[in-house]
Design a protein around this ligand. Structure first.
Ligand code: AMP
Length: 421
């Protein structure tokens, strides 16, 4: 009999993989709880209306990506495509706003979107989701992004960039909508059918379009960030200044609009260049009108979600690379230098550093090529001249810097730099 396979785009997480998930979840809980967030779990299935009202009727998520079903009574339900709307619903339903200690939440669990599966994009995926209510001060915006950075650092993710933008308030958006519509009208015929429609229903969403021609046309579009009101601009200035105080690097990306309608003012994404098209590891922003729109009190909110699959893919890639590459590569030119380099290689290994050398007396150029292929972070170069002076050249391949070290203490110095066993 034919065996039954899992649903396309929905993955099993097997032993061997699950350890990564456990580690990421453990560190998330530690970091988030240190910042005063408490765990909340909401159902995977909610009333459809929660998402269409919460996320916005004319977003891709609501228009195209939701798993919608009808129960036997004819009630329309949806598998949650994201967590914010559910957490807000729960916050309102249980009147958690009445308790000053119940304003900051995190949720970990599966989300469902009917997208075309590819690396880093699935139909069931998992998020670590964070939501904070009741505080409008830009200090919280900066703190939330700082917390995200601390979490990513603790799990060991490197090489990601924090993109930030301000989407203004509903007032500035109203004025901008018209400006953008006028711009889009000029190119109406060249836009894809989706953007033709978005132009009328929700013009800001054209920035999300993946069609190359639309992306090109939007290159020249007027930017919302340039026309936000003075209060929104002041808020954004303070967010940036607090981020600087917290030593949290960021770039301003005025084209980042995020895929959900509830955002206003601060929005942000953590971007990688190592996952192909799926370049966002996490993202979030402020959503001051949402609690009220979903029937609660008029309380501000801000939050973000991290995609666990993407985060774990990156962590695995990184650990693979680290496992494969030696920390130090020793290159030598000339027989005497080669012999000395051979000794140094053993000294470095004894100091606990993974070290490779060239045994075949090849040219410096081909030795450097090999060091590069192995992705060695540090290369030590010993030529006849250096040997005569009792020195060796150290190149840091990542920082692209070089300096000379005394040959005698080179192993000690490298151990200090790389932190040997
Ligand atoms: P969003 O709020 O849509 O930006 O989603 C937040 C994060 O969830 C993204 O930055 C991704 O890391 C992750 N994510 C969103 N959609 C998917 C998907 N279909 N598959 C895997 N991860 C996803």
């Amino acid at each position: 009999m034919e065996s039954i396979q899992a649903v396309k785009g929905m993955n099993d997480i097997l032993p061997g993989q699950i350890e990564w998930w456990q580690k990421v979840e453990r560190i998330a809980r530690q970091v988030l709880e240190d910042f005063g967030y408490r765990e909340i779990r909401t159902p995977a299935l909610e009333k459809l209306e929660l998402f269409s009202r919460g996320i916005g009727e004319s977003t891709d998520i609501v228009e195209k990506e939701m798993y919608v079903l009808e129960d036997s009574k004819g009630e329309k339900l949806a598998l949650r495509p994201e967590a914010t709307a559910s957490v807000v619903r729960s916050f309102i339903q249980h009147k958690l706003h009445a308790d000053p200690l119940m304003q900051k939440f995190y949720a970990i669990g599966p989300m469902f979107r009917h997208e075309r599966p590819q690396k880093g994009r699935y139909r069931q995926f998992h998020q670590i989701d964070v939501e904070a209510f009741g505080i409008d001060d830009p200090m919280l915006d900066a703190e939330v992004m700082y917390m995200l950075r601390i979490f990513l650092e603790r799990v060991g993710l490197t090489g990601v960039v924090l993109h930030i933008n301000s989407l203004g308030c509903p007032e500035c958006r109203k004025a901008y909508r018209k400006v953008l519509q006028d711009y889009l009208e000029r190119y109406a015929d060249a836009l894809c059918p989706d953007c033709q429609r978005r132009r009328h229903t929700n013009p800001l969403r054209t920035f999300d379009c993946k069609v190359e021609r639309c992306k090109e046309l939007l290159e020249g579009a007027p930017m919302l960030l340039e026309s936000i009101c003075s209060e929104c601009a002041e808020h954004f200035e303070r967010v940036k200044s607090y981020l600087k105080d917290l030593d949290t690097p960021f770039v301003i990306n005025p084209r980042m609009v995020r895929g959900l309608d509830y955002y206003m003012r601060t929005t942000f994404e953590v971007i990688t260049d190592r996952l192909g098209a799926q370049n966002a590891v996490g993202g979030g922003g402020r959503y001051n009108g949402l609690v009220k729109d979903l029937g609660g009190p008029d309380l501000p909110g801000i939050g973000f979600a991290i995609g666990m699959e993407r985060l774990i893919l990156l962590l695995q890639q990184e650990s693979e690379e680290q496992r494969r590459s030696p920390q130090v590569f020793v290159a030598a030119l000339g027989e005497a230098a080669r012999q000395r380099a051979f000794l140094l290689t053993q000294q470095l290994r004894n100091a606990g550093l993974e070290t490779e050398m060239d045994y075949e007396g090849r040219s410096l150029k081909s030795q450097m090529r090999r060091a590069d292929k192995l992705s060695a972070r540090h290369v030590l170069i010993l030529g006849e001249e250096e040997l005569a002076r009792g020195e060796i050249q150290l190149r840091d391949m990542m920082e692209k810097s070089q300096r000379n070290l005394p040959l005698e203490t080179a192993a000690e110095v490298l151990k200090g730099i790389c932190g040997g066993k």
